[in-house]
Design a protein. Structure first.
Length: 227
């Protein structure tokens, strides 16, 4: 499946690996970067998703997504992400993804854009139905600077995900060019998604990044052998 991820906002907090191990699929352990594991709150606009290298699916293939994710390492050392929740504004996408073992939630999701020029802000607003959880966050990127430090790259350059389907642990590869990353300043944060997922953090995020986006492609899933 080809898709473009636009206006990506990355918020990351340090967490203890022992606190998030229970979210890992069988055979997978929390990965650590810069001495700790991490939880991410990431929002972006999905544009033109389509099966294979064919034409994008009209309407359904473009939507807003906000996900809560952790970082994983398989028994063969392969590094990836584990999605705890993914909120999306397309019911068809949510139903199809959940059938494939991906924990999507149907929510009202929309991008937040304010200001112009160097003061432009990007963010996301999500509200689950029946007010189960809500989140709103925004950042002001410094587009004059590029984030090339090891921490920023390792938190964003994850080329696959670990998931569980029918009792089996899967690894689904994802390829894309390096994220064009900019450091950013947090301008708004009122989040309930992390708490709803059972993950507690304190204070502002330890890493705040923005990217205008990348073109990506998911490959065929493969079964992860038992450790």
């Amino acid at each position: 499946m080809d898709q473009f991820w636009a206006d990506a906002v990355f918020l990351h907090w340090r967490v203890a690996a022992a606190e998030v191990a229970r979210y890992m699929p069988p055979g997978v352990v929390p990965d650590e970067v810069d001495g700790s594991s991490w939880v991410g709150l990431i929002g972006f606009r999905m544009i033109g998703a389509g099966l294979g290298r064919g034409l994008p699916v009209p309407y359904v293939g473009s939507f807003t997504e906000i996900n809560v994710r952790l970082y994983s390492r398989g028994p063969d050392g392969t590094r990836g992400v584990v999605f705890v929740t993914l909120d999306a504004s397309r019911l068809a996408v949510v139903l199809a993804a959940r059938a494939g073992g991906i924990p999507y939630v149907w929510s009202r999701c929309s991008p937040v854009r304010r200001g112009s020029g160097d003061g432009r802000e990007y963010g996301y607003d999500v509200a689950r139905f029946r007010r189960q959880a809500e989140s709103r966050f925004a950042v002001r990127p410094d587009v004059s600077r590029t984030a090339v430090d090891r921490l920023s790259l390792e938190l964003t350059a994850r080329f696959g995900l670990h998931s569980t389907l029918a009792g089996r642990t899967l690894y689904i590869p994802n390829t894309h060019t390096p994220w064009p990353l900019h450091p950013a300043t947090l301008t708004e944060l009122d989040d309930g998604l992390l708490g709803a997922a059972g993950i507690r953090v304190q204070g502002p995020p330890d890493s705040v990044l923005f990217s205008p986006g990348v073109q990506t492609q998911f490959g065929r899933p493969r079964v992860v052998p038992a450790a």
